[in-house]
Design a protein around this ligand. Structure first.
Ligand SMILES: Nc1ncnc2c1ncn2[C@@H]1O[C@H](COP(=O)(O)OP(=O)(O)OP(=O)(O)O)[C@@H](O)[C@H]1O
Ligand SMILES: [Mg+2]
Length: 436
């Protein structure tokens, strides 16, 4: 058997050595907040390749979407035209499955490039090593799902990314900094790596909006998520005294719970749980799942301690699908739930306006609704490709980007658009001067 040295024909650059050394020293949780084009993916991929020969098992390199995974990793090449996949020596590859983006290696390991948009494909697998690339752009539900598996397998995970505002990427870095015994974390800016020539940096500074330049080259977390629908409202909620998004939003057992839904089977289905107390809408819980039938959802609802008032369903809940001869509305009704839905579809701009208005009446439980809140932050408009405004800013269409964040955002719109103030006694419409 020929001997192969790992990493294969690759060496960490000087600024990559500290992270590489941490991995070599047995650290299994690594957060690399490095600026653009520093070799985040290449470093992580070479670590996976090295580990795959030390320990047989399943290894995943995740990107926010499947197609990004194909472009960036599976078909990726370095400056010299060398494929990223050369991290795995040719002689060590038993089989290459193009469709699945999977390599079967001699020695028993498998390597696969995965999109965290295909979250149901993640369920039930048993990876021992993960790269969660561009984590701030990923659906954070993917890491929630995989984290216990990696823990029970004594596996490793590397999070290579450039910041995207104070979202779950920021929370993760904060967590890593607070657990230095088990987590390695590092921020590398252009001043640390010196890989961007000064004249090119000056040109980029001139071309990019300031916030984005600082984010991409100086790893600033302060760039707000431009084009985010509910940015101002969420910021307002967080800066109130007491904050409107916190763990002090209690469930009142003597009051009923209202559910607001976004439906889906192959796609994610989402349910927000709320109580109306006086003029407040208290959002106390959040659930999302794909591939879950109405029966299975009913079981989840009944296992919670709540007394249900009404299921607020979206317009499409009366439709019949190939999955069942009964609509979702008919199925929930036959299971004993009281359902309501709008008689006509609510236009998106009206949904956005209502959510913006009524978020001012809402209190949201931070921990119970963590994934839902992340999605509300990331619910953004579609950028206009290739066009910039007079100050070089990105321009947006008034239509949402369809991604993992759209489902929770639609669910909340179903909940809030369904509010009939007169149904809830004390509840009053908020002062219209709050509209922004
Ligand atoms: N250790 C290294 N050896 C050789 N080339 C490297 C090394 N590290 C980085 N590079 C070069 O940097 C390029 C960018 O690598 P990679 O795509 O991994 O960076 P990234 O930080 O993930 O980029 P992005 O910010 O665009 O996601 C590679 O194509 C490669 O040419
Ligand atoms: Mg990358």
């Amino acid at each position: 058997m020929p001997q192969i040295a790992m990493p294969h024909l690759w060496h960490p650059r000087v600024y990559q050595e500290k992270a590489w050394g941490a991995l070599e020293n047995g650290i299994k949780r690594v957060v690399l907040v490095w600026h653009r084009r520093t070799g985040k993916d290449l470093t992580a991929l070479n670590w996976i390749a090295t580990e795959a020969f030390r320990r047989p098992g399943m290894y995943w390199h995740l990107l926010p979407t499947f197609s990004q995974g194909r472009r960036v990793i599976w078909e990726g090449m370095d400056h010299g035209g060398r494929p990223f996949l050369d991290a795995f020596p040719k002689d060590a590859i038993k089989r290459k499955l193009e469709q699945q983006m999977q390599l079967e290696l001699h020695g028993g390991s498998k390597f696969q490039v995965v999109g965290s948009d295909e979250i149901d494909r993640l369920v039930g697998a048993n990876p021992v090593g993960l790269v969660m690339s561009e984590y701030p752009l990923q659906n954070p539900a993917a890491w929630e799902l995989l984290s216990p598996i990696i823990a029970s397998n004594d596996g490793f995970v590397i999070f290579p990314y450039t910041p995207r505002g104070h979202n779950h990427g920021w929370d993760l870095l904060e967590f890593a900094r607070g657990h230095k015994d088990r987590w390695f974390s590092e921020i590398l800016t252009v001043d640390d790596t010196n890989i961007v020539p000064p004249e090119m940096l000056a040109e980029e500074k001139e071309m990019l909006p300031k916030e984005i330049f600082e984010q991409e080259y100086y790893c600033s977390f302060n760039a707000s998520l431009v084009g985010a629908y509910y940015k101002e409202q969420l910021a307002w909620m967080e800066t109130q005294d007491p904050p409107r998004i916190s763990d002090n939003v209690s469930w009142l057992p003597n009051k009923p719970v209202i559910c607001g839904w976004d439906l889906g089977f192959a796609d994610m289905a989402v349910c927000w749980f709320a109580q109306v107390i006086g003029s407040e809408i208290r959002i106390i819980d959040f659930e999302q799942a794909s591939g879950r039938t109405v029966d299975a959802w009913a079981k989840v609802l009944r296992e919670k301690p709540y007394t249900y008032d009404v299921m607020k369903l979206p317009y499409d809940s009366s439709q019949h699908t190939m999955l069942s001869q009964y609509s979702v509305e008919e199925q929930f009704t036959s299971l004993g739930f009281n359902c309501q839905r709008p008689f006509v579809p609510i236009p998106l701009h009206e949904q956005h306006a209502t959510v913006r208005l009524l978020l001012r009446q809402c209190w949201i439980h931070k921990t119970m609704c963590k994934l839902g809140i992340s999605a509300l932050r990331e619910y953004t408009k579609k950028p206009v490709p290739g066009q910039r405004g007079p100050n070089n800013e990105q321009l947006y269409q008034d239509v949402p980007l369809h991604n993992w964040a759209s489902h929770p955002a639609s669910g909340l719109a179903t909940l809030l658009c369904a509010f009939q103030p007169e149904d809830y006694g004390e509840f009053k419409q908020p002062d219209a001067s709050y509209v922004v």
